[in-house]
Unconditional design. Structure first.
Length: 472
């Protein structure tokens, strides 16, 4: 792609960093004497100074998409995908300049902000406006601290102009209302003498937050990625020195973090059933020690016994993930939505169980108290389509035993599990990421289990099982 006349890295002249002509006169007209910095956030923690060098060279990259452009054309909406443009308009790139701490980059960032405002005013939706206001309060304020007084006034003019646009924007739903209120909290924390009262975002937030982050901590949309994005946006507010936050915000953060912890494995990685989008980084959950084992409103259940963990999603779709010492062993997905009735976990000394039904299947699951025995009974409405499909990660070695009803799974740490079935037949296929195990039932009932093989027990056997037909 053509570089549109971009100068090589490091050849920009500081004397011409500030925009001239129309843009310069507009910036001067927006400056405000009353506005000043109030609160500093830890902006550099999220930024990358090396990316600031690339931006300074005119290379605007997002994941696998890179656009070469100039400050006066990059915000015109004529380049890049919708995701790339949302990244530019939401000022996600500003954190990289905040982390750079170079005067040349600070001045260049201010220049980009001028053209951003001129290009974004007519096209940005309220979500992008909220993200941009948050970025101005966190990353922009960090940069402004390092600018000369005249340049600070220009920056404050940008802030005031964008603040007015955001204040007038009308949220169309509760999610937009919460994002707008959070952005206003950040602005009030970062800048003194902003127009308007703090009671406005207070009222907006308290009216809508319970419609976004549910009582069990899940997101009202059912998407964990949206919950993570909301939490990541709000958590820096905890750095505020003077409390300006409503109690409802602190309670919502607490609910959301506990919900995420419930969907995480013991090593902190997020489970498959969380359906967290790629490139989405959840907040640090190490400090979260008290979390529930059920989020029934969102349809999640956590059955944990010793080192074994069974996570179940039973809303919209039915999914299971079974892991041992944070090693994923088995996944089971059913595309058919479960019936909408309360999930009830049964507990006893021997273990925990759960029953979930769809229109064509009733699945009863039991996990023994030692975490070494998982048993499942599938009762089908019809024998014609009676099949259970399981996924085993490709890095697990899979082989048949002489007993045709048993498969042996060998994990990378040489732990051995046996997958047994009764009432059906195994059909196995392997792909790049998973072994696909289909168990075709011969009737309406299928029983299958996954049991850990303890070494001492195997050594005491007179006739050890023989593995045949090594698949991987």
């Amino acid at each position: 792609m053509a570089d549109h006349g971009i100068m090589p890295l490091g050849t920009h002249k500081p004397l011409f960093i500030r925009p001239r002509g129309l843009v310069g006169r507009w910036a001067a007209s927006q400056s405000t004497k009353g506005l000043k910095l109030r609160q500093s956030f830890n902006a550099s923690a999220q930024g990358d100074a090396t990316k600031a060098e690339e931006l300074y060279a005119g290379r605007f990259a997002l994941k696998d998409e890179t656009i070469f452009s100039t400050p006066n054309t990059v915000f015109l909406g004529e380049q890049g995908s919708d995701i790339w443009q949302a990244h530019m308009m939401g000022l996600s790139w500003l954190k990289d300049f905040a982390a750079s701490n170079r005067k040349l980059h600070d001045q260049y960032a201010l220049r980009l902000l001028h053209y951003w405002y001129l290009g974004s005013a007519a096209r940005s939706d309220i979500m992008q406006q909220s993200k941009a206001m948050t970025a101005l309060a966190i990353d922009g304020a960090a940069i402004a601290k390092r600018l000369l007084s005249q340049q600070q006034n220009e920056f404050f003019g940008l802030v005031k102009a964008h603040w007015q646009n955001l204040t007038m924007a009308k949220p169309a739903n509760s999610e937009q209302a919460v994002d707008k209120a959070l952005a206003q909290f950040f602005a009030h924390a970062a800048f003194d003498n902003l127009p308007g009262k703090l009671s406005e975002p207070y009222s907006l937030f308290e009216s809508h937050i319970d419609r976004v982050i549910l009582a069990d901590g899940g997101h009202s949309s059912g998407e964990t990625t949206k919950l993570v994005n909301t939490l990541n946006m709000a958590l820096p507010l905890l750095q505020v020195e003077k409390p300006i936050l409503p109690k409802a915000l602190l309670e919502a953060l607490y609910r959301g973090l506990r919900f995420l912890k419930m969907l995480a494995r013991p090593d902190g990685t997020m489970s498959e059933i969380s359906e967290l989008a790629a490139h989405t980084t959840p907040p640090d959950l190490q400090a979260v020690t008290n979390f529930p084992d059920q989020a029934l409103q969102s349809g999640f259940v956590r059955l944990e016994q010793k080192a074994a963990l069974l996570l179940i999603k039973a809303k919209s779709v039915f999914k299971m993930e079974f892991s041992d010492s944070s090693q994923v062993i088995l996944l089971a997905n059913i595309a058919e939505p479960p019936q909408d009735y309360p999930l009830v976990v049964s507990s006893c000394i021997q273990g925990k169980g759960l029953t979930v039904s769809t229109n064509s299947l009733m699945r009863t699951t039991y996990l023994a108290s030692d975490g070494q025995d998982l048993r499942v009974q599938d009762d089908f409405a019809s024998a014609q389509a009676a099949q259970t499909t399981l996924l085993v990660p490709a890095h697990i070695r899979l082989s048949r035993l002489q007993d045709s009803s048993t498969l042996m799974l060998v994990l990378p740490d040489m732990t051995v599990w046996h997958l047994r079935q009764k009432g059906g037949n195994f059909e196995i296929a392997s792909q790049s990421q998973h072994h696909i195990i289909a168990i075709r039932a011969t009737g309406k009932r299928l029983n299958w289990s996954l049991k850990k093989q303890v070494k001492t027990q195997r050594l005491n056997r007179r006739k050890p099982a023989v593995a045949t037909e090594l698949l991987i």
